[in-house]
Design a binder for this molecule. Structure first.
Ligand code: TMP
Length: 206
């Protein structure tokens, strides 16, 4: 029941790496289920639209609960049944995003409360391996130049610095689960590093 998650700030290059990994795994004949968070179910996609709407003002605690509600729906409707069948699942973000963005970025609640909520929303599901694509805010912003900023992306540099610190601390606390990839490198090099870590975890992928 492989569960792989991807994390990092907006513009870190997550989507590119996810697509490459998915294609590689599918090339070996595996069926791969990919979900984005928030999203992945009709209800969670509706919650996503609310959360990312730049015209809305949402209190940090409300925001945290909405991200968690979307997660709970995805986990119960999709992820847990697939895990029980032993399927390969990739999640584009998971509860580390809530820790980094709402916990460290918004400084919304005490960490203990946040981790209780994360536990509730995930039903205790923990990824086998989490790839944290680490990149500085400046590089990430440059990559997103010309794209419209959603409500989260409009949060400003100080916010994203705190989010990066949050991710760094998560990676430090859980080195066995979280693999840090230097995402300022060229795409192919990042993917090579990713594959080294993946094979270390699952053995040869063929
Ligand atoms: P995406 O653009 O990578 O799809 O992610 C949506 C945005 O939502 C992104 O700015 C990160 C943010 N986010 C949180 O703030 N908390 C969360 O728990 C999740 C899953 C995403």
């Amino acid at each position: 029941m492989p569960l792989i998650t991807f994390e990092g700030i907006d513009g870190c290059g997550k989507s590119t790496q996810i697509q490459k990994l998915k294609a590689l795994l599918e090339g070996t004949g595996r069926k791969v289920y990919l979900f984005r968070e928030p999203g992945g179910t009709p209800l969670s996609e509706e919650i996503r639209a609310i959360l990312l709407d730049s015209n809305r003002t949402i209190h940090p605690v409300t925001e945290m609960i909405l991200f968690s509600a979307a997660r709970s729906d995805l986990i119960t409707q999709q992820v847990q049944p697939l895990l029980q069948r032993g399927e390969w699942i990739i999640l584009d973000r998971f509860y580390d995003s809530t820790t980094a963005y709402q916990g460290y970025g918004r400084e919304a609640v005490r960490m203990e409360e946040l981790s209780n909520l994360n536990h509730l929303a995930t039903n205790g599901v923990i990824p086998d391996i989490t790839f944290y694509l680490r990149v500085d805010r400046e590089t990430a912003s440059k990559r997103r130049e010309g794209e419209a900023a959603d409500r989260m992306e409009g949060a400003g540099d100080a916010f994203f610095e705190r989010v990066i610190q949050g991710y760094d601390q998560i990676a430090e606390r859980e080195p066995d689960r979280v693999t840090v990839l230097d995402a300022s490198q060229p795409v192919e090099k990042v993917f090579d590093d990713l594959m080294v870590a993946l094979k270390h975890h699952y053995g040869e992928i063929d």
